[in-house]
Each structure stands twice: as C-alpha cells, then as structure tokens.
Design a protein around this ligand. Structure first.
Ligand SMILES: [Zn+2]
Length: 411
C-alpha cells in the first residue's frame, strides 16, 4: 500500500496554512523549481527590506487591515484604531533527534529573535494579555511561545533568548516533564525512524501495510499517522500506541534526556522565561470524555504550580486546531482558572479577542530576516476574526477530511 494514507489533504484548510505548508516542503526540495520560487520570494522580501518598503508596510499595518467581503477578489483596506498582537509559536530549536517532525537550526532561530528585537515591540504573554484587556498600548506587539518543553529549549534557545532579552513562554506537557518521557506522538515518529526498511503493519483504519523508505518518507508517514490518531478516540489511540510499541522496540538512548528537567526550568525562570500548561499527556482534547478534559487541564495546572511554586495562568491546546480542541475545552480552561489559552489557528489578536481562544503563527521556517519580517507585517495586515472552535460534540469515530488532516503534527 502507498505510504500516503487515504486522507483528504485539507480542502477546508485556509489558504495561508496551505501556503505555509508548501513553503515548508519547498525547503526540503533543494534544486527544485519550487525551491527556486521560494528563493525568488526571499529575494523580493530583501528588496522590500533594503528599499524601505518593509518599514512602510509596518507603518500601514499599524493603522490599517485588509478585509474581503467574499464578493470581490480585491480586499478592502480598513483603518483600525486598536493595536494588534501576534503570538509566535515554536515547537523546538535544534536539528537532532526527537522531535523528528520539526527542525530549526539555532542560527536561524537567533536571526529571527535578533530581527524581532530590532524591529518590533516584544512583550511577554502576560503583558500581551494585559494589553488585550486594557487597550491603550503604544502599538502592535509580538510575543514568543514554545510548546511541549523539549530540552533543546534549554540548550539552544535559552542563550539566544537571554542575549536578545525575549520574555518567552514555554507550555509544558506536565506528565512528560515529571516522568522525563516524550509524548505518544514522538514515540510514533521514533518507531518509524528505527523500524527496518520494508513493510510495516499499521493496524488502523485507512493505513494497513506500508513500505518504509527514506528518513523523510518516514517522517511523512508519521505526520499522516499522527494526524489520523489526533482524530481517534483516546482509548482506541492508546491501544494502537501500545500495540505499535510492541511491534517496534524503541532505543532507550534516543528517548533519554529529550524533555526539560525541573532544574533546567528553574534556571530558565531565573532568566526571565515564563511557563504555562500544555495538559498532562498531550491528547487531542476533542477525543476525550468531558471529565478527562477537565482532568488534563486542572491536574496539569496543579502539578506545575506545585513544582514552580507560583500560579500557572496560561494554557496551550495540544495540536491546537479547532477540531483538536473540541467544543468544551475553552469553557474548561476558563473554569480551571487559566488567564489565557492559545490555539495554533493562524492569525493575530486584538483588544476584544477571546483570551481563551488566541491565535498563533509559526514562522520558524523563514531563513531570511527580510522574509521573516515581511511575513509578520503581512499577518498584521490580515483581519483578526476569532478562531472558531466547534460548538457541537465531535463524532466518536474518526473524522477525515477536516481542516488540517494530513498537515504536520506541530503544536
Ligand atoms: Zn504540543
């Protein structure tokens, strides 16, 4: 059977997310036509940067935004009176080992943080929430967040964050930090990396037997498989993961030391880094019973607070797309006492945004400062409608063809 599961690649995915995914693929296709197009776009961004057009775009995005009424191909430009807030989301910094689905070289991350510090107002997530609730700030601002809590953040990101005084927030998967074990989806990616080449049985609907080949093809298979499992009821998903681990034994050496330790977290806090919750075990909340959603949010908050000795006020939904969050998570986050909750729905936030349904943007793939800046300014120009979380219970069976089925596991 083909390594591609029979998944709708996201007919409902937003154009922006599809373009972003396409750019991600471009980076992996050196020498290809698409890669040349990617470099051409970078060149255009550099011209915009060095000609001063990027500064002009920044001036415009402070005062205006684009809106489409759906009837005309040409969006209208509207004046805006309030500031806009962009939350950047990074899964990791580093290139080796878990997580296999994402790499970000440290120099590329440093370039982005340097550019942020030099060209934007950088605030902590707490300051961003305060300004969302009490507008009147001096203008657009950017906050930096990380998900999951990989140890690479201590090794590679912390020195950069210190150097440029970036008050980032890290959302911790609490049980993974407590146990030192990586989350279930990382074990799937690792299993696919270490399994011998050839056929492998994947006993889940839509898969069957697949042929494992190159490391990149294995990552693609992992992304597809995790996308399916995100939309699989928790009991069925747990059963599959247990069976899968029995089929492919995981090398302990590749699993060890991948998550932050409490000692590292303490040192990061001393350096001005903030910490929030990312649940206990990183499930797709939409696939849990109501009491389990409550437990994931409440007990992770309680565990982190007991370890950190201070209130944990901010939360990130695992995977973060509406179909991952489900219909009740937003209310549960508010009830558990979280000040804010972030999704991975692309977009900006502004005063009046729902603090338990904030949008974020992933730009880690941008390799050139000018293009990184251009993407941020373009995002500031986009309308800031709230992310729509589903309001009706999900079907207990697998849902395919939803908004981001088949996209990478990030978040
Ligand atoms: Zn995550």
């Amino acid at each position: 059977m083909s390594a591609q599961f029979q998944i709708d690649q996201g007919s409902a995915a937003s154009d922006r997310e599809q373009r972003h995914a396409a750019q991600t693929v471009d980076v992996c296709q050196s020498g290809s036509l698409k890669n040349r197009e990617f470099r051409w776009r970078e060149s255009v961004a550099q011209v915009a940067y060095y000609s001063g057009a990027l500064n002009l775009l920044g001036w415009i995005s402070q005062r205006y935004e684009l809106q489409s009424d759906g009837r005309s191909w040409r969006p209208a430009i509207h004046r805006v009176a309030s500031p806009k807030f962009l939350i950047l989301c990074y899964p990791r910094v580093g290139t080796e080992g878990i997580p296999y689905y994402c790499t970000l070289p440290t120099p590329q991350f440093e370039m982005q943080m340097k550019f942020l510090r030099e060209h934007f107002r950088v605030v902590s997530l707490g300051e961003l929430c305060e300004e969302l609730m009490n507008p009147g700030s001096p203008g657009n601002a950017v906050a930096v967040t990380f998900d999951d809590g990989y140890s690479d953040l201590y090794t590679y990101a912390l020195p950069v964050l210190r150097k440029y005084e970036i008050p980032a927030t890290v959302y911790l998967t609490a049980d993974c930090i407590e146990s030192g074990e990586v989350a279930w989806y990382d074990k799937i990616f690792l299993a696919l990396q270490v399994a011998p080449a050839g056929p492998l049985d994947i006993p889940i609907r839509g898969a069957g037997r697949i042929e494992l080949g190159s490391p990149q093809q294995r990552i693609d298979v992992g992304s597809q498989l995790v996308s399916v499992l995100r939309q699989t009821p928790a009991l069925e998903r747990n059963r599959f993961c247990a069976d899968f681990e029995r089929q492919v034994s995981l090398p302990a050496g590749k699993l060890a030391g991948r998550m932050l330790t409490w000692k590292q977290i303490d040192e990061m806090r001393s350096a001005g880094i903030f910490f929030g919750s990312h649940t206990l075990s990183h499930p797709a909340l939409s696939q849990l019973a109501a009491e389990d959603v409550e437990r994931e949010l409440r007990e992770s908050k309680s565990l982190l607070e007991s370890r950190l000795g201070e209130p944990v006020l901010d939360f990130a939904y695992p995977f973060g797309k509406p179909q991952d969050c489900g219909p009740i998570a937003e209310a549960v986050a508010a009830r558990c006492g979280y000040r804010s909750a972030v999704t991975t729905t692309w977009g900006i936030n502004r005063p009046g945004s729902n603090l338990h349904n904030l949008r974020r943007v992933q730009l880690g793939d941008e390799r050139v400062p000018a293009k990184f800046g251009l993407q941020i300014q373009k995002t500031f120009l986009m309308p800031s409608e709230p992310a729509v979380l589903p309001r009706t219970p999900n079907s207990p069976i697998m849902n395919r063809g939803r908004a981001d089925s088949g996209t990478l596991v990030r978040g």
